[in-house]
Structures are given as structure tokens and as C-alpha cells.
Design a protein around this ligand. Structure first.
Ligand code: XMP
Length: 516
């Protein structure tokens, strides 16, 4: 890693719920950022040749016995440093100041007034609205430090050492609610730390192509693709790096969206010249799912069959030494790799149920430093079609978890058609990109309707649309009534087998996004 992202920012994660957000905000300024565990030694940090360091917030108090461990030398370095919340407390305490509990804490919006508008707070209005989330405060400023801003209830809101090489905020500049947070971060990155805005998509692609060539040598790479944006970008990158020595494999379990397998193959093969095999394994999957209604059983059956199929296909293709997959940075962070554990976890949901542990592949994961929106930018730069790049996420078990009850070919067809109409209208009405994920669900209930003079007795269809940032929590999308009317009319009139449509208004929690 040494020097690869020279001049980036190292973020030490003291456990804040916002650490990933800090990393994203830094990258939005075209500066590379990397999250490391709190105990990372100064030596290790300096080896990466960063331009600056950020100490994140965290749930602990610096005066507690179980506060996270860290290398005290990190607070003595001349590396420009920004402490946020817990990071501020750490700097204050370690430099000889004092930190105490505020009693009931301060959570939510606050107003701060500047005491020194140079450096970190240059160009910031006073007062300015910020987002606070803390239970401790600085009760004694360290020697040689001064207050840059205070909040309306007298708490030190920002502080710095004499020459502003070390600065800190009690509030969270990375959170959108801090109205001038972007300017504050920019001041830190470009005025204080002199970072260069060189982290660009073009540079990332160039770097990855070189790294893939170096890792793979003369070897051959199998790329598992699913039709989604991450794996398609991986396939395109691999193709760019090593051409025909990479082979993409799409396993069609028969539960993809309408024309999904065809579109994926066409995009990769005709659009980008990628060598791809599509395996129609639908007979196998659907026969195993016959008569199964329990959601967890469905997931297990699909996960296991995926492993058998993949295993068989990999051995059919022979002499592949590498497996490329679309692991993203949030998966890396969640799997604990960035927290100092070395276990190499294969992203399980990406491949439905995970791959067999005894598979003798070395992994190639060119996206493991990226967030989803950055992957989309890479896709754009590589020339992937817009429709694919902007596509909503799709679960590994596919339509199996959107057909409640029995799964049959007939029910799959009905759902594929209805979902297709639904997506068409969201595009027509310009709503698709406002929604994080939208899909139709086939409900095993028949209701009475009337069409023309005929009585109908057909299936019920649920529509789901949610806004979210990461799928962990979600809110139901306030769909305009005229769009709902259009969707309902068109589906009932054009999809045989559906005569009634309902809209799901459950948020997550307490609901989940998928119905099964
Ligand atoms: P839930 O239903 O848990 O879904 O609120 C959150 C997000 O995860 C997706 N999802 C999956 N993705 N394999 C996947 O690759 C799965 O088994 C799976 N289950 C749910 C879901 O579509 C939503 O985006």
C-alpha cells in the first residue's frame, strides 16, 4: 500500500456512526481517504504517506477505562490533524486540557459563533447551524490552544493549536445538517493540509488496471456477474486490464427481472467486448423450489444451488486461478478487515449464498476501496450504459423473495411483466432516480374485479418503493397519486393475471424492504 494513494487522508475510526460519511465527504473533494482502526501505529500511518489525518467521533468518553486504545504518538506528529467530536476530546485531553460530561448531552442542531474566522472557519457565517451529537465537552483548553467557535450554550464548538496544524470540531462537519460543513472540510483539506484534489475516476481506473495486471500475471480470471452494476463494472475493468484472459459468468436462476440475462450479456459482449458465458440453470433452481413457500427455505435452496452450479461451471471452464468479484468498501469495513482482522471474507450476498470455502481461487476485488456512487462513476467512465449504472439494487435470490408463496413459471412471468410496466412508468414520469429501490410483489391472494362486463378473479399485486442511503433503514416513497393511478391502470389492463394493485406504505424499520 505504501505511497499508492500518497497525499490522501487517513481516518482513524473511534467507532462513530459517521466514519464512513467522513471518508465519502473527503473523497467528494477528490482526495483519497482510508479508514483505519484506532490503534494503528503512527509508523504505519506515515508509511502510507498521507497528507492529513482525521480522528473520528465515537461512543466512548476519553476519561473512561474502556476508551479505545491508540498510539499516543499520533497526537505528537506534525501531520495536519482534524479531530471530530471524540477526536476533539482526545486532542484536548492529550494536549493537557480537560474533558467532562455535559450531563444530558447535546444532540441535534446547534448554533455556533466564531471567535477566530481564519483557517478552519474561513468564510463561515457567524452564527452558523451545525449538527451536534455528544455527551462530553472541553472544560479546560490545553496550553497554546484557543477557541475557534463556541455554541450558543457556551460549549467549545471548534478549537485549534497556535498555527492551526491541529484543529478540532465538537460538531460533525461531515453530516449534511451542518450547513457549512463542506466549506469547513475543504478549509481543512486544502488550506490547512494542502491536499491535492487528484483522486479522480480516471486515475482510479488507470491504477486498478495496473494492479490487476500485476496481481494476475499470465493467469486467468473468472468474473461472477449478476446483471447489477458492481459486477458489471468489475467485468469491464478486468477486460480492460487483461482482455480475453478474463471470462465473465452469469448464472441465470430463472428468477431475474424481464430480459435481465439478455441485457447483461448484450451489454458486456456487444457493448464492451467482454468474453461472457450465460448459463441457464433455471430448470435446476425451479425444480428445487417446487412447492416451497417458506422464505428462509427459498433463500437457502437458492444459495446452495448457486454454489453447486458455480462450482460445476468453474471446473468446466478449467484452469482459472483467480475469481473477480464486486466487493465494495462498506462490505470490507463491515467484514472487519479494516478493523485489523485479516480474515478474507467473500461477500456473501453478492453471490447469493457465498462460494464454497474449498474453492482454490485467489480473489481479485478491484472495487474494494469504493463506495457505491463511486462505482457508478467508474461505470460511466468505462462507458457502461446509463440504464445499467442507475439500476436499483436487486437481491441475490431475485424474484423468489418477491413471489410470496409458491413459485411457478407462470407466476414468475406475471411478476416480470408487472414489474417491467412499473419500472417503465417510473422512468416515463422521471421518478426512477428519486427512488432507492422499487419493485412489484406477487401476493398469493385472489380478489374479485370487473373488466368490461366480465367478473374477474385474479391475483393481487403489491408495489414497493423506498428512499434510503444504504438499505439499512428506508422510508416509503411518497409516490404522486397520478403516477400510482397510471401504474395501476396500465398493469391491470395489460398484465394478464393481475386485477388489483396495492401500494406498500411501511418504512424500515419496522418493515424490511423485501417482503420475504
Ligand atoms: P431488506 O429486505 O433486508 O433488504 O430490508 C435490504 C436490501 O438488501 C437487499 N437484499 C439482498 N441482497 N442478497 C442480496 O444480494 C439477498 O439475499 C438479499 N436480501 C435482501 C434488498 O433488495 C435491499 O436492497
Amino acid at each position: 500500500m505504501k505511497g499508492l494513494h500518497k497525499d490522501g487522508v487517513v481516518i482513524l475510526d473511534f467507532g462513530s456512526q459517521y466514519t464512513q460519511l467522513i471518508a465519502r465527504r473527503v473523497r467528494e473533494q477528490n482526495v483519497y481517504s482510508e479508514i483505519l482502526p484506532p490503534e494503528t501505529s503512527l509508523n504505519k500511518i506515515l508509511n502510507r504517506e498521507p497528507a492529513a489525518m482525521i480522528l473520528s467521533g465515537g461512543p466512548s468518553s476519553v476519561y473512561e477505562k474502556n476508551a479505545p486504545e491508540f498510539d499516543p504518538e499520533i497526537l505528537e506528529t506534525s501531520l495536519p490533524t482534524l479531530g471530530i467530536c471524540y477526536g476533539l476530546h482526545l486532542l484536548a485531553q492529550q494536549q493537557g486540557g480537560a474533558v467532562e460530561s455535559t450531563g444530558q448531552g447535546e444532540y441535534g442542531f446547534a448554533e455556533i459563533s466564531a471567535d477566530d474566522s481564519t483557517g478552519l472557519l474561513e468564510g463561515i457565517s457567524s452564527p452558523s447551524r451545525v449538527w451536534m451529537s455528544h455527551g462530553d465537552r472541553v472544560s479546560q483548553m490545553p496550553d497554546g490552544w484557543h477557541t475557534l467557535a463556541h455554541s450558543s450554550n457556551g460549549v467549545v464548538a471548534a478549537m485549534s493549536n497556535k498555527d492551526q496544524t491541529r484543529v478540532a470540531t465538537q460538531f460533525h462537519p461531515e453530516v449534511a445538517h451542518t450547513e457549512e460543513g463542506e466549506t469547513i472540510l475543504r478549509n481543512f483539506l486544502f488550506k490547512i493540509a494542502n491536499c491535492a484534489p487528484t483522486w479522480t475516476v480516471g486515475k482510479f481506473i488507470q491504477e486498478q488496471v495496473e494492479m490487476i495486471r500485476k496481481q494476475v500475471g499470465d493467469g486467468k480470471v473468472l468474473v461472477g456477474v449478476s446483471g447489477g452494476v458492481d459486477s458489471t463494472v468489475v467485468a469491464a475493468l478486468l477486460h480492460k486490464a487483461i482482455g480475453d484472459r478474463s471470462t465473465a459468468v452469469l448464472i441465470d436462476h430463472g428468477l431475474l427481472r424481464k430480459d435481465e440475462a439478455k441485457t447483461c450479456v448484450e451489454t458486456l459482449k456487444n457493448g464492451l467486448g467482454v468474453f461472457i458465458h450465460c448459463y441457464d440453470e433455471s430448470e435446476l433452481f425451479l425444480s428445487k423450489l417446487d412447492g416451497v413457500v417458506d422464505p428462509e427455505k427459498k433463500r437457502k435452496i437458492i444459495g446452495n444451488q448457486f454454489i453447486y452450479s458455480f462450482d460445476r461451471i468453474a471446473s468446466e471452464l478449467g484452469d482459472m486461478q483467480f475469481l473477480a468479484q464486486g466487493t465494495l468498501y462498506p462490505d470490507v469495513i463491515e467484514s472487519g478487515v479494516s478493523k485489523g482482522k485479516t480474515a478474507h471474507v467473500i461477500k456473501s450476498h453478492h453471490n447469493v449464498g457465498g462460494l464454497p470455502e474449498d474453492m482454490q481461487f485467489e480473489l481479485v476485488e478491484p472495487l474494494r476501496e469504493l463506495f457505491k456512487d463511486e462505482v457508478r462513476n467508474v461505470g460511466r467512465e468505462l462507458g457502461l450504459p446509463k440504464a445499467l449504472i442507475e439500476r436499483h439494487p436487486f437481491p441475490g435470490p431475485g424474484l423468489a423473495v418477491r413471489i410470496i408463496g409458491d413459485i411457478t413459471r407462470e407466476r414468475i412471468n406475471i411478476l416480470q411483466e408487472a414489474d417491467h410496466v412499473y419500472m417503465d412508468i417510473l422512468h416515463e414520469d422521471g421518478l426512477y432516480n428519486d427512488i432507492w429501490q422499487a419493485f412489484a410483489v406477487l401476493i398469493p391472494v385472489q380478489t374479485v374485479g370487473v373488466m368490461g362486463d366480465q367478473r374477474t378473479y385474479e391475483n393481487l399485486l403489491g408495489l414497493r418503493a423506498v428512499t434510503s442511503t444504504d438499505g439499512m433503514t428506508a422510508d416509503w416513497y411518497r409516490m404522486p397519486p397520478e403516477t400510482l393511478t397510471k401504474i395501476s391502470n396500465r398493469i391491470v389492463n395489460s398484465v394478464r393475471g393481475i386485477n388489483r394493485v396495492v401500494y406498500d406504505i411501511t418504512s424500515k424499520p419496522p418493515g424490511t424492504i423485501e417482503w420475504e
